[in-house]
Design a protein around this ligand. Structure first.
Ligand code: DOR
Ligand code: ZN
Ligand code: ZN
Length: 349
């Protein structure tokens, strides 16, 4: 049995307000508790987009009403996530954990430069989904080309730039070099990029997400990046959709898979028991690193108890999330979450 600080996920999608057939604050936070998480940060691709104190207040009201774990929402970088006009960073600072247009990349360099200048001035984090819309998303350059651009802007402005869900070997390389130069950059990857590759893809919506699964060489570079600290954080990009939206085969299904209820067992089984990284490194990337980097509330009374020794099989039918689409269904794993404790109170057992 392992007892440690609870997990914190700086990248989830809870779909409320706007898309509550996919997930709600209640079901998303129940899934978090079931996965050993007590802090989660939902992305702003919602309706309305939290891009002002007024629209953010609608999401915050649902959080205040229904959340069973700590929820610290993102605000968007641009109004309506349209990539054109910046939000009022000063007005939103302190009400959200960071700023992201997740779901889309910020296409215009001038807009990203202005966003980073504002973020540096206000001392807030820009968390970037990197995807160049002029290239196919399957082209790895769509991701790393935008990271390369942003690292240059980050160096110019000095803001804290966090790269979401990196998936390519070039992204790892660029961020490693930038960190060595002292650039103020951090990054995350997700469990599926560390454990799967394009050869695993079946014609099934369970394998459809953005960025897509890349090559085995990319997966290996990500594991190396996690090992040497280039990758700071593991975040799930928990992205639930309805069963119908995920039932249209690989090409036709909505992009996104659920991740909160499988992250630790999958990573512990594949990476730690598989001899690739230490348990300490995995736990740091899921507990202390996200708290430190995103200045999340220090919550020593938030704990998770994990059974490391009893094998079990992942069964998506048992998920608390409304989303059940995962490439890890039926995987034999170790690392069942036995208990999740929030501020001294058991919230999942
Ligand atoms: O797979 C994804 N799902 N990638 C994204 O960028 C958005 C997310 C979602 O909101 O479903
Ligand atoms: Zn994204
Ligand atoms: Zn996302």
């Amino acid at each position: 049995m392992l007892e440690c600080l609870s997990f914190a996920d700086v990248h989830v999608h809870f779909r409320e307000p706007g898309f509550t057939a996919k997930e709600t604050i209640l079901t998303g936070t129940r899934a978090a508790a079931r996965g050993g998480y007590t802090i989660v940060c939902p992305m702003p691709n919602l309706s309305p987009v939290p891009d002002s104190p007024e629209t953010l207040a609608l999401e915050q009201a649902a959080i205040d009403r229904d959340a069973v774990v700590r929820v610290l929402p993102y605000c968007s970088i641009t109004m309506g996530r349209k990539g054109l006009e910046l939000v009022d960073f000063a007005a939103l600072k302190g009400r959200c954990v960071a700023f992201s247009d997740d779901g889309s990349g910020v296409q215009k360099e001038g807009v990203m430069l202005a966003a980073m200048q504002a973020a540096a001035r206000e001392d807030v984090i820009i968390a970037a989904h990197c995807e160049d819309d002029s290239l196919p998303g399957t082209d790895p350059r769509s991701e790393w080309g935008q990271i390369e651009r942003d690292l240059r802007l980050c160096e110019q402005t000095g803001c804290h730039y966090h790269v979401c869900h990196i998936s390519t070997k070039e992204s790892v390389h660029l961020i490693r070099e930038a960190k060595a130069r002292g650039v103020n950059v951090t990054c995350e990857t997700a469990p599926h990029y560390l454990t799967l590759c394009d050869r695993d893809v079946l014609d099934d919506g369970r394998f459809r997400m953005n960025p897509p699964l890349r090559t085995a060489a990319d997966r290996e570079a990500l594991i190396e990046g996690l090992k040497d600290g280039t990758i700071d954080v593991i975040a799930t990009d928990h992205a639930p959709h309805t069963a119908e939206e995920k039932s249209r085969g690989f090409a036709g299904s909505a992009m996104g898979i659920v991740g909160l209820e499988t992250a630790f067992p999958v990573l512990y089984t594949r990476l730690v028991r598989g001899g690739r990284i230490s348990l300490e490194r995995l736990v740091d990337a899921m507990t202390s690193a996200p708290r430190r980097i995103f200045r999340l509330p220090d919550t020593p009374q938030d704990k998770v108890l994990i059974d490391l020794d009893t094998p079990f099989t992942i069964d998506s039918a048992t998920f608390a999330s409304k989303g059940h689409s995962t490439p890890f269904d039926h995987w034999p794993v170790y690392g069942r979450i036995v208990k999740t404790i929030l501020n001294g109170t058991v919230i999942y057992e």
